[in-house]
Write a protein that binds this ligand. Sequence first.
Ligand code: ADP
Ligand code: MG
Length: 315
Amino acid sequence: MTNDCTVRMKRRAMGCEFELVLCGRNREHLVDAANEAFEELVRLEEQMSVFIPTSEISYINASAAEGPVRVEPRLFDLLRTAARLSRETDGAFDVSAGPLVKLWGFSNNSDDFTIPSEDEIGEIVKRVGMSHVEFDEKESTIRFDSPGVELDLGAIGKGYAVREMVSLLHERGVAAGLVSGGPSTVYAMASPPDDDAWTVGIRSPVNRADRITTVRLKNQALSTSGGHERFVEADGRRYGHVIDPRTGHPAHGLLAASAVTSDPTRSDALSTAFLVLGVEKTREYCRAHDDVRAILVPAYEPGSGANVVRIGFEQ
Ligand code: ADP
Ligand code: MG
């Protein structure tokens, strides 16, 4: 099949810029499909954002400690997937880290940021963990076992949105393209017209203008966490917005972590988990799950150059 036109369209959502690069024969058809995919994106943001008071997730957070809350079937499935990924990563990825995210105040990036005390962190950590979230499969409901539990889909929502957009585009007959949610997650549909895979770059976590490496993708997703996308600064230290839900402290050790696998929902969650887990635990995860590859950038001394750890790649 010859793909003789490419459309490129952008839309802001979920705190970043989503981009579609779609290849096909009929420009009008590609533009229509892209617009439909963006409509789906807006619908998902309105459902999943903790920053939107009328979202379904805000409703769940406000109500699920009082009693079971019925959850829309696809969101219910996503929450089940999130719970499974939390178990698989020994709690390094955990959508119930919401109260910690709020405590550290990454959402407002405020100038008057202060580091929370150990006592505050200890109190909040008690409310974190998927064991506080009970699922009723038959009724499609969830409930929290105590007040103060809050879900935050920040580490999986963009990947999930990319997946839903890709499946809509497939349904509309779009075969090839790139679907990305900012620098966080990109999915490569098939391959570009003149090559057998898409080449996607990973930006340096230290200098955005540099690429640390490239990855060849075909029907695969790449997600990256960390870098200097979002952080707060205090006492001359940077605190990134990914937190180890088990300790309540920001992840440290890696500057950036990327995950490659076929499902963008999973790659998004795993890049966050890998940032928390560090090199050795990520190796263990990839050994147990051979459909997942990782690219990690450990912290390094200024001037000594980045060392990139590739796990599951041939070279
Ligand atoms: P990005 O949003 O840049 O793609 P991530 O996918 O790693 O980065 O998501 C980070 C967001 O997820 C944070 O802003 C916060 O809302 C939430 N979060 C932080 N730590 C965790 C964690 N350990 N598990 C799940 N969600 C987290
Ligand atoms: Mg993530």
